[in-house]
Design a protein around this ligand. Structure first.
Ligand code: UD1
Length: 426
C-alpha cells in the first residue's frame, strides 16, 4: 500500500493547472454507451475511477482506447453483454449509471446494487423511480437490479425528484434522450457537472433544454450519433488547491479554472481572508490567483446543493479552518456520515468537536505532524492539506482513495514547492 510522507510548514508558490473533472468524465463516458457511432472524449483525467469505468464498459463489448493527450475513443456500436456484476459495481458507485444506457440500447440490464459506502448509505431509489416512470420494469433480487423495458424504447414522462440528486438526474436524462416523446424532469440537480454532461449529450444529437435549472426538458430522439466533447476542468480539484494555499499562507496561480462554477467556494475563502484575482474575471478557462493571509479567519460553512457550498469541498475547507483564528462551525447537509476525517485531523493537533453531523472547529496557531489514515477520497485531500500546514513530518496512509479522484495531485503540489513523497508503506 502506498502513502505520502509530507514535511509540513512550507508555503506553496507558483502555477498549477487543473485536470479534467472526474465527476463530469464518469457520466459522460457512461453516456457514450448510448451512441451508435464512435465517440471521442477529451481532457479525461487518468484516475483509478475513470480506468475502472472504461474496463466495465469493455466488459459490455465496447472498445476503448486512450491516446497520450488524455483523449478517449469509445466505440459502443455493438453491446454484447448487459451485466454489471457486484464485483465491478462495489468498486465504484457511479457504475450504477450504466443501467439507463444499457436498457435504452439493449432493452435489458442486470446491474448490481451499489451498497453502502464510507460517506453514508447512498441509496439509488430515485434512479429507480425515474426509470420506472419512463417505462422500465425493475425487480431487485439477490442484490441485483433486474431491468427490462416494457416497450421497444423508454416513453417520455413527467418526473419530479424530491431532492436534487446528481446521479438520479443523470440517470433519468440518459433514459429520456432515447425515449419516445418528451420528458419533463422537475427538481433536477443544477450542478455544473450535470450541465457539462448535458452539453456532451447534445454534441451527439440529444435534445435537452433547461440544464443548469431545476426543470430539464428532454425531447427524445430515435438515435444518437457520435459524441465529441472536451470535459470541463475539475472545480473540486481547483477548490482543493485553494484550500491548500489557504492553509499554508501561500500565493499560487491555478490555471484552467471555471470561475463561474466556484462562486460559493471563492466566497467562503474570501470571508476567511483570501484574496482572489482571476483573468478573465469570469468564464470557463480562467487563471485564478489565490493570495492567502498570514492567518485565516474562522468562517462558518454549510454544504448544500449547487449553487451552495459543495459537499465534495467540506473536508478540505475544514482542514483550512483548523489553523484559522477563531472558531468555525461546519454543517454537512448532503451525506450523513461525511466527517470521517475529523478524528484524523485531530491526530494532527486540530481541535474539532463533532456532534450530529455538525463540526465545531477551534482554530489552532499550528498543527503537529502525525501518521494519519485516509478514509475516503475528499478526506484524503483534507489530510494532505493539514499535513502541509503541520510542523514536522507526517505520513498520510491509504492514499489509494486519493488516486481514485485526483490526477497527479502529489506531482502538482511538489511543483508548487511542497515536500511530499510517495512511498510504499511497510
Ligand atoms: C455525486 C458526486 C459526488 C457528490 C454528490 C453530491 C459523482 C460521481 N459523484 O454523487 O462526488 O458528493 O454528487 O454533490 O458525480 N439520494 C437518495 N436517493 C437516490 C440518490 C441520492 O436519497 O436515489 C441522496 C443521497 O443519499 C445524498 C443526496 O441524495 O444524501 C445527494 O446524492 P447524489 O446527488 O445522488 O450524489 P451522487 O450522484 O451519488
Amino acid at each position: 500500500m502506498e502513502m505520502f510522507v509530507i514535511e509540513g510548514g512550507h508555503s506553496l508558490k507558483g502555477e498549477v493547472a487543473v485536470s479534467g473533472s472526474k465527476n463530469c468524465s464518469l457520466p459522460i463516458l457512461t453516456a457514450t454507451l448510448l451512441c451508435e457511432r464512435p465517440s471521442r472524449i477529451s481532457n479525461v483525467p487518468y484516475l483509478a475511477d475513470t480506468g475502472f469505468l472504461l474496463s466495465l464498459m469493455e466488459s459490455f463489448g465496447v472498445s476503448q482506447k486512450r491516446d497520450e493527450n488524455n483523449d478517449v475513443l469509445i466505440d459502443a456500436r455493438s453491446i454484447t453483454s448487459t451485466v454489471a456484476s457486484y464485483e465491478m459495481v462495489r468498486k465504484m458507485r457511479a457504475s450504477v449509471l450504466v443501467l439507463a444506457p444499457l436498457l435504452a440500447r439493449a432493452g435489458e440490464a442486470k446491474v448490481s446494487l451499489p451498497g453502502g459506502c464510507a460517506i453514508g448509505s447512498r441509496p439509488v431509489d430515485l434512479h429507480l423511480m425515474g426509470l420506472k416512470k419512463l417505462g422500465a420494469d425493475l425487480k431487485v433480487q439477490d442484490g441485483y437490479i433486474h431491468a427490462t423495458l416494457k416497450n421497444s424504447s423508454f416513453i417520455g414522462a413527467d418526473i419530479e425528484l424530491p431532492l436534487p440528486s446528481v446521479g438520479a438526474t443523470e440517470q433519468i436524462i440518459m433514459a429520456a434522450v432515447l425515449a419516445k416523446g418528451v420528458t419533463n424532469l422537475f427538481g433536477a440537480a443544477k450542478e455544473p457537472e450535470v450541465v457539462d454532461f448535458c452539453k456532451a449529450l447534445i454534441s451527439a444529437g440529444a435534445k435537452i433544454t433547461g440544464h443548469g435549472t431545476s426543470h430539464v426538458v428532454i425531447d427524445g430522439v430515435s438515435s444518437l450519433g457520435s459524441m465529441v466533447y472536451q470535459v470541463a476542468p475539475d472545480r473540486i480539484e481547483a477548490g482543493t488547491l485553494i484550500a491548500a494555499a489557504a492553509a499554508t499562507a501561500s500565493t499560487i496561480t491555478i490555471k484552467n479554472v471555471c470561475v463561474d462554477d466556484m462562486a460559493s467556494v471563492i466566497h467562503h475563502f474570501e470571508k476567511a481572508g483570501c484574496l482572489f484575482k482571476s483573468s478573465p474575471e469570469l468564464g470557463e478557462n480562467s487563471e485564478l490567483m489565490v493570495i492567502a493571509p498570514k492567518r485565516l479567519t474562522a468562517t462558518n460553512m454549510e454544504t448544500a446543493a449547487h449553487p451552495g457550498f459543495p459537499t465534495d469541498m467540506q473536508a478540505q475547507f475544514m482542514a483550512a479552518m483548523t489553523v484559522a483564528q477563531g472558531t468555525s462551525v461546519i454543517y454537512e447537509r448532503i451525506f450523513e456520515n461525511r466527517m470521517m476525517h475529523v478524528p484524523e485531523l485531530n491526530r494532527l493537533g486540530a481541535r474539532i468537536e463533532l456532534h450530529r453531523g455538525v463540526a465545531t472547529v477551534v482554530g489552532q496557531e499550528s498543527l503537529l505532524a502525525a501518521p494519519v489514515m485516509a478514509t475516503d477520497l475528499r478526506a484524503s485531500a483534507s489530510l494532505i492539506i493539514a499535513a502541509l500546514a503541520a510542523q514536522g513530518q507526517s505520513e498520510v496512509r491509504r492514499i489509494y482513495h486519493l488516486d481514485r479522484g485526483y490526477e497527479a495531485l502529489d506531482k502538482k503540489l511538489t511543483k508548487l514547492g511542497a515536500s511530499l513523497t510517495r512511498c510504499t508503506q511497510t
